[in-house]
Design a binder for this molecule. Structure first.
Ligand code: LMR
Length: 412
């Protein structure tokens, strides 16, 4: 056989294996943005993927990020790998901002941490840790939850279970039902909680409700796993960390997955952190070494750029203040848009049906539309929620809000 014949025989064998695969439909969240991008209508509005937009519809680079990036690039002397757990300034900075520098778990060294590629990478590392600790682990997620929680964490090997959380018709948290389900959990069960700005429904636990969940975790012995992807975009830096800090106060153990995608605007830099709180400092070191080893199996080592930018910001008081001001501006703008959209919907529908939008927090709310109504909104009005009827409030602008409200009114 000549070389060419060997090559084509190998290619045939490969095709015979890969031909068992079928193409998949686009991801429900990411595909919505692609569909909108391909829509030629100049009035189109992308309410899909959760990215922040300013009044002109742009997703700007934070000033603090641009300045930190200039400094990082000016000082950079090498591109060698970062250490397996990741950038120390990044990890230290986020640890202090999340838990508070004086929190007992920080001063006692009871926090384990590794840098991860985005909040999603952090979730995957956390899942790996849970499965190393206990080969069969049930992870309880809210109904509804972020569209990628079940695919990502289920594919990691966790046994995905669901607790009631939000009544889409009444636009309320089903707290009694949630508590009922959590009362039946015990040691070895893990409960995933959205730290703030619940994705997809925008309805967050009050501090009193967090306390009840903390008491339940303490009494029943289940382990909380907090996903915090919107720190600072709900009520403020400290208020949004309430759940994490309270659980860390009360419980010997918990996990946190942290994303810097939204609150530093670093989306494509894949900048996140997987945390544990452990009963002892020794245990936290074990967690870190295990998580670094899990990362080694998955993607070897974390990307450097985003983390070095965040590390630079948090090591500098002036840049930290600038960043916090920028986050506050985003938060106030989103909350302002919520009020504006709910007013416009009141006028367009002549009902109070959408008033709840003003009181929810973070980037998302549900419109409560059927899949057919969502399709109609996209096809006839070029307004693009994701198929579940979740909208990204930050996709609304002062300029398009009237059009968005009238389009929604036309399909309800
Ligand atoms: C979203 O929910 O839109 C964001 O978290 C982005 C993503 O990856 O889905």
């Amino acid at each position: 056989m000549t070389h060419t014949e060997v090559d084509s025989a190998a290619r045939r064998r490969l095709a015979a294996m890969l031909e068992n695969l079928s193409p998949l439909p686009p991801d429900p969240i990411l595909g919505t943005t692609v569909a909108c991008r391909n829509d030629p209508n100049p009035s189109k509005v992308d309410l899909g993927v959760g990215v922040y937009k300013d009044a002109s519809g742009n997703t700007p680079v934070f000033e603090a990020v641009a300045e930190a990036e200039r400094r990082v690039l000016a000082d950079q002397t090498t591109k060698v790998y970062v250490s397996p757990p990741g950038d120390e300034r990044f990890i230290g900075g986020i640890t202090r901002h999340l838990f508070g520098a004086d929190h007992q778990v920080v001063t006692d060294g009871r926090v384990g941490a590794v840098q991860a590629p985005g909040g999603s990478g952090a979730l995957r590392v956390g899942a790996g840790l849970l499965l190393r600790a206990q080969a069969h682990t049930e992870l309880w997620v809210s109904t509804p939850t972020w569209g990628n929680h079940v695919p990502l964490l289920g594919a990691a090997g966790l046994d995905m279970q669901h607790y009631p959380y939000y009544d889409k018709g009444a636009h309320e948290i089903q707290f009694d039902e949630m508590v009922q389900t959590l009362k039946e959990r015990g040691p070895g069960d893990v409960v995933l909680l959205h730290g703030c700005c619940h994705n997809p429904c925008g309805a967050d636990l009050t501090h009193e409700q967090w306390d009840v969940v903390g008491d339940l975790a303490d009494e029943r012995g289940f382990t909380p796993y907090v996903d915090l992807a919107y720190h600072g975009l709900g009520e403020g830096m400290d208020a949004d960390a309430y759940g994490v800090r309270m659980l860390a106060d009360r419980l010997p153990e918990m996990l946190v997955s942290y994303s810097a995608s939204k609150n530093f605007g670093l989306y494509r830099e894949r900048t996140g952190l997987a945390f544990t709180v452990n009963a002892t400092a020794e245990g936290a070191k074990t967690d870190t070494s295990q998580m670094a080893n899990i990362a080694r199996e998955l993607y070897s080592m974390p990307p450097a750029h985003g983390a070095s930018i965040v590390g630079e910001i948090l090591a500098d008081e002036e840049l930290t203040t600038l960043w916090q001001d920028e986050v506050a501006t985003m938060r106030e703008r989103i909350n302002g848009l919520r009020a504006l959209l709910s007013d416009e919907l009141r006028e367009a529908t002549q009902t109070t049906e959408f008033d709840y939008i003003a009181g929810e927090r973070g980037m998302f709310s549900f419109l409560g539309l059927s899949p057919e109504q969502v399709t109609q909104l996209q096809a006839e009005h070029s307004v693009y929620p994701i198929p579940s009827s979740r909208i990204n409030i930050a996709g609304v602008t002062e300029e398009n809000v009237d059009y968005v409200a009238r389009s929604i009114a036309a399909v309800v």
